[in-house]
Design a protein around this ligand. Structure first.
Ligand code: SAH
Length: 457
């Protein structure tokens, strides 16, 4: 309740950051989390709310800025929340991410190694190859697009985003104009009116290829044919246009149904010297330059040899397994999204790789098949989504006993949890944070786990 909260202005100094990137202030016996405050900042704060017993404050006046503070390029970064670190200098961001990984591992027992310094970008802007924008209706029938303000469904309109591929801006502008002309209205979840839920744009780094996915709540939207024709006419850089129908009420962006309206239905890109196709529903890392560093780190840690059998779990379009394939005897991959598995098969063909198998299945079920078939596995690459892996999968890993496990993770806390589960069998050898998400508190980590007692079977 509001009246329980400390009232008035409080002078506060920020001493730390949470893993979500909120400033931590310790004042009057209270710990207060403040968005937009960074270690070293001093200012006046107001307590805004209490959640789960924890106080959250708002910065009302910055009286002494932290030496790590910089002027953000984006003037709406406070409101949007998509890149809350734009005001925090890049060297400090990289240190924060190293400390974040260290802290998550410290909280659990048996941490033998410290994370290496975070690998960062030379130019940490305009890196994202994937944009997902919801739209809303503004004054005079004009359309806006933007990001949902953190933890809300309120759209903060954005004209220019400083972390996205700059080629997306013109396409979003064209969409806004054509939506107004053809009355293709943004979907409003409260009233259930309108049709366009999101525009998703995927760009290729090495090729002049761009995919636009129109996520609609119907395949039969108003003025469909002239809208599509004019969009392609205004934006000749679009090499494929896809319609995705999503009628669900959840927050998942893509629905099941896919129709290719123009082009091949996928884009191509290169990574670590190989050539990949990426279709609408397939996962592909969003920072192409840093993905190469991530995979190179994973390969270096794996120390692959020509007789190795590799298992690549949560394999997406097959990137990690295919990059490993040239150095080993055989790669077996598993991925749950059937479209990504189709991409992976095509990607093996395209690159002339024949020692590669990929299966569409849940990783935790599939790993038992390997075990039943008495399949030897020397190296396991695992790259699960943010929620991490599960105990079924990890139990099977302990029985399968690959000599090295290379765990690639976009969430240090689930990585540390899963590593703790494996700690009786595996020790951490190397830990490398890689910054795929500059200007945000997120980080990828490559963790090398080695069998504690390689001889015991
Ligand atoms: N290694 C890939 C993909 C990593 S993202 C790359 O670097 O590009 C995680 C992948 O795990 C996604 O492709 C997702 O579809 C897949 N996935 C999620 N849950 C899964 C499960 N239970 N079993 C197998 N794959 C799963």
């Amino acid at each position: 309740m509001k009246q329980d909260l400390p009232q008035g202005s409080i002078a506060a100094k920020c001493v730390d950051l949470t893993y979500e990137g909120l400033g931590v202030c310790k004042e009057g016996g209270n710990v207060i989390f403040v968005e937009g405050m960074f270690p070293g900042d001093e200012g006046e704060i107001k307590i805004a709310y209490r959640r789960a017993g924890q106080l959250y404050g708002e910065l009302t006046k910055l009286t002494k800025p932290s030496p790590d503070r910089i002027d953000p390029l984006c003037k709406v970064c406070h409101a949007c929340g998509g890149c809350s670190f734009q005001q925090y200098g890049y060297p400090a961001q990289l240190k924060f991410k190293q400390k974040l990984v260290q802290e998550q591992f410290r909280k659990i027992a048996h941490n033998e190694v410290q994370p290496l310094p975070t690998l960062g970008m030379d130019k940490p802007y305009f890196y994202r190859n994937k944009v997902q924008m919801p739209f809303c209706l503004g004054d005079k029938g004009n359309m806006y697009c933007g990001f949902y303000k953190e933890n809300t469904h309120v759209i903060v309109p954005i004209q220019k985003c400083f972390i996205e591929d700059e080629r997306c801006e013109a396409i979003l502008d064209a969409l806004k104009i054509l939506m107004k002309i053809y009355q293709v209205l943004p979907y409003d979840e409260l009233s259930g009116t309108g049709v366009l839920r999101h525009a998703v744009i995927k760009t290729s780094y090495y090729y002049k290829e761009i995919m636009v996915i129109l996520v609609m709540n119907t395949s039969d939207f108003p003025n469909r044919e002239p809208f599509i024709k004019d969009l392609l006419g205004k934006c000749p850089e679009i090499t494929t246009l896809v319609l995705n129908v999503n009628k669900s009420s959840g927050s998942k962006i893509l629905g099941e149904e896919i129709q290719t309206l123009y082009g091949r239905g996928y884009i191509q890109d290169d990574l670590c010297g190989l050539h990949f196709q990426i279709s609408a529903k397939s996962f592909y890392q969003t920072n192409p330059l840093m993905t190469e560093k991530l995979y190179k780190t994973a390969m270096d840690f794996a120390e692959l040899t020509p007789t190795d059998v590799v298992f690549d779990a949560y394999s997406g379009i097959g990137t990690i397994g295919l990059i490993a394939a040239k150095s080993v005897a055989k790669v077996i991959s598993v991925e749950i999204v059937p479209e990504a598995v189709e991409d992976a098969k095509k990607n093996a063909e395209r690159n002339g790789i024949t020692n590669f198998e990929v299966y569409a299945a849940d990783a935790s079920s599939y790993i038992y098949q390997l075990f039943t078939a008495k399949q030897k596995v020397d190296v396991l690459f695992m790259d699960p989504p943010r929620k991490g892996s599960d105990e079924r999968f990890l139990k099977a890993v302990k029985t399968l006993r690959p000599s090295r496990v290379i765990y690639v993770s976009c969430n240090p806390s689930t990585l540390a949890r899963d590593r703790a589960f494996l700690s009786d069998t595996y020790k951490v050898s190397r830990l490398q944070p890689v910054d795929l998400f500059p200007q945000t508190p997120h980080v990828e980590t490559v963790c090398e786990l080695s069998l504690r007692n390689a001889d015991k079977h």
